[in-house]
Design a protein around this ligand. Structure first.
Ligand code: 57M
Length: 359
């Protein structure tokens, strides 16, 4: 909004020329989102506690979690407000990709909100049922896929990191592929969100990594030089990723061990949906498996555990899935699991960035 309001005045006030730069707007989008979470955090936590939106803790989980009972949840709603407000303030609102990513983020946030609301406020123990949750997620993700498919400048080719000459065209199948990436990422982030700061740390890392990819993919000369797919207009998503990273940092302030608040599904589903959509628009969909590799590892640990459990009628690969519970039950203190998982996510992000040169 500020871009549309202030940049045109640069002919009279040359200082306003700075609004032209994506880098400048990204920095201020990050700071704005950070400050919204940081300043409003204590008020939101008090409000959530007052409304008794406190977490119920499953008794079959690691016993160390029982002391977390009553920690307010749904803190993700504040992150959502920060991301949306900051992006609306700093991004160029004539850019269509901004609206696609905001639409998916808000839509997934709404699904998460309904789930949390039913569980925490209406005290329905399971929230939205899993099938409905998946159905709504798929509908939103397919709508985004269809919109992008029919958008004349959008390519349905998929590029593979490390293989510069392999980029198959998925054609109509791209819509399903895009939906798979978006819904899959959303659910993987949700599964990871089981220890203090465990989901938000790698989300910040992924947002910062995609800041680089959005900028590069949206810059015709840099994209050409690095031989990555040029997506006209995708550079503006750098601003969105900045807001995502900033809101994440502000939330981490309160979610750091020992957490004063959890994000809830309203946070985890929307953050994952946002990352998936950014990956789709920048044509770096496959790379997300590396950038968000920690989410993939967590999701795979659940798939293997449940599959093995069913096949063997009750035997397990891990002490408990998702993987973070396995290490907790092995006796690692919670902060150690969290920080080590962060370290892995940073290392994977660095490998992902290296693909800009290795192809
Ligand atoms: C949500 N939610 C946390 C909080 C957060 C298929 C199955 C593997 C699904 C999985 C599952 O339900 N995962 C999705 C995980 C919960 O956190 C809330 O949920 C929101 C995210 N959706 O924001 O509101 C608990 O996680 C802890 N937590 C923190 N700090 C945080 O910052 O400590 C969360 C955020 C919170 C808190 O304790 O209450 C969760 O774990 O429930 N199910 C599981 O993860 C379960 N695994 C399981 O049953 N594994 C089985 C296999 C065969 C399926 C096995 O390995 O034997 C475990 N979850 C729990 N206890 N809590 C099992 C035991």
């Amino acid at each position: 909004m500020l871009y549309l309001l202030l940049y045109p005045l640069h002919t009279s006030f040359s200082v306003l020329n700075v609004f032209r730069y994506i880098t400048f707007r990204t920095i201020y989008a990050s700071l704005t989102a950070f400050l919204i979470c940081f300043v409003l955090g204590p008020w939101a936590i008090k409000k959530l506690s007052y409304l008794q939106i406190g977490q119920y803790i499953r008794e079959d989980g690691p016993k160390t979690h029982l002391k977390k009972a009553g920690t307010p949840t749904m803190g993700g709603a504040l992150m959502l407000v920060a991301i949306l407000t900051s992006t609306l303030l700093w991004a160029n609102l004539r850019n269509v990709y901004i609206w696609v990513v905001l639409g998916v983020t808000a839509g997934f946030g709404l699904i998460g909100f309904m789930d949390d609301y039913l569980m925490q406020v209406k005290k329905q123990s399971m929230g939205l049922n899993a099938r409905n949750k998946f159905l709504f997620q798929t509908l939103i993700a397919l709508s985004a896929g269809i919109f992008l498919y029919q958008y004349p400048e959008f390519s349905t080719q998929v590029t593979f990191p490390f293989f510069k000459n392999f980029s198959p065209d998925f054609g109509l199948g791209y819509i399903v592929f895009a939906a798979f990436v978006i819904v899959g990422t959303s659910n993987a982030v949700n599964l990871t969100d089981g220890l203090d700061g465990l989901a938000i740390g790698p989300t910040i890392v992924a947002a910062v990594t995609y800041m680089v990819f959005c900028y590069v993919a949206g810059h015709v000369r840099i994209a050409d030089y690095l031989q990555i797919t040029y997506v006209a207009g995708s550079g503006e998503l750098t601003v969105f990723c900045g807001a995502l990273a900033g809101a994440g940092l502000g939330f981490l302030w309160f979610n750091a061990y020992p957490a004063q608040v959890f994000m809830g599904d309203v946070g985890s589903l929307s953050l994952g949906g946002a990352l998936g959509t950014v990956a789709v628009i920048t044509k770096q969909e496959i790379l997300l498996a590396l950038v968000g590799g920690l989410f993939v590892i967590e999701a795979l640990s659940v798939i293997f555990q449940v599959g093995y459990f069913k096949l063997t009628h009750g035997r397990r690969i891990f002490r408990m899935a998702p993987l973070h519970h396995h290490f907790e039950l092995k006796g690692w203190p919670e902060p150690k699991v969290i920080v080590r998982f962060w370290i892995i996510s940073i290392a994977l992000a660095l490998v992902a960035i290296s693909t800009l040169k290795l192809r």
